[in-house]
Design a protein around this ligand. Structure first.
Ligand code: KIV
Length: 272
């Protein structure tokens, strides 16, 4: 009988690969702060990603390009304090792993040593294979990221679905196989056709984690702020809203403001 996720005391790379083998879906969400990470971990999430989406949802930036390695280490470090069971993965930000292998290895090492992340995630295919091989050899687990790669926004110019034509789809399958052979334990597949997500998942040993890549992936990831409905301006097709926190929060803030203005807060019971 297959091991169910609840039976794992801690989620490790070995557990992720075993879950793929056993056909057990992986659930991953993002966190950038202690409280959210604690709630995610207590809820039984398998993987927590400190994504460079911190740039969009925390820092209010338009792209993920400006976020720095020090900022990623800071957020991962505070998330680390809350995580007991989930696997903690940190995104390597743009230009922290592109200059040369030596600098990239040093930066990935900093991420693990200073933040407590258990793996790093990086965007790209064939070009980053020599780096992945070195990291895996050293003992730094790597999660890949193919399809829509937001760090390359200025190259592609849009956030539209990737690999719709057959040559890009073929290249993506090739890249996934190459990353798999290089030793990644998982690959995020972002915004690609459902049939391609399923095809890649069947072609590699590493676990695929889809975001807008269909149900055929080995697991799914969403940005937590999006699935909680914290941003009314952002509603792409692939985001399912599990809550409407923007409305809940706004109503709470309005009630507080009106209570304070009307001197209805604090009450006698809330005073000393
Ligand atoms: O930065 C991020 O949150 C991500 C996920 C969307 C996979 O890369």
């Amino acid at each position: 009988m297959s091991t169910q996720t609840s039976e794992y005391k801690r989620i490790t790379t070995k557990a992720v690969l075993a879950m793929k083998k056993n056909g057990e879906k992986l659930a991953m969400l993002t966190a950038y702060d202690y409280t959210t990470a604690r709630l995610l971990d207590e809820s039984g999430i398998d993987i927590i990603l400190v994504g460079d989406s911190v740039a969009n949802v925390v820092q209010g930036l338009e792209t993920t390009v400006p976020v720095t390695l020090d900022e990623m280490i800071y957020h991962t470090k505070i998330v680390r304090r809350a995580v007991k069971r989930a696997m903690l993965v940190a995104d390597m930000p743009f230009m922290s792993y592109q200059v040369d292998i030596k600098e990239a290895v040093r930066n990935c090492g900093r991420m693990l040593k200073e933040s407590g992340a258990e793996a790093v995630k990086m965007e790209g295919g064939k070009r980053i294979v020599p780096l992945i091989e070195q990291l895996v050899d050293i003992g730094i687990p790597v999660m890949g990221h193919l399809g829509l790669t937001p760090q390359s926004i200025y190259k592609f110019g849009t956030y539209e679905v990737r690999a719709k034509d057959s040559s890009e789809a073929k290249q993506l399958v090739e890249d996934a196989k190459i990353l798999d052979r290089a030793g990644v334990f998982a690959i995020v597949l972002e915004k690609i056709p459902e049939s391609l997500g399923a095809k890649v998942s069947k072609s590699i040993t590493a676990a695929t984690i889809g975001i807008g890549a269909g149900v055929g992936c080995d697991g799914q990831v969403l940005v937590t702020n999006d699935m909680l409905g914290m941003n009314e301006q952002f509603h792409p097709r692939f985001v399912r809203k599990y809550a409407n926190l923007s409305e809940t929060m706004r109503n709470a803030f309005k009630s507080y403001i009106s209570d304070v203005k009307a001197a209805k807060f604090p009450s006698k019971k809330e005073s000393y």
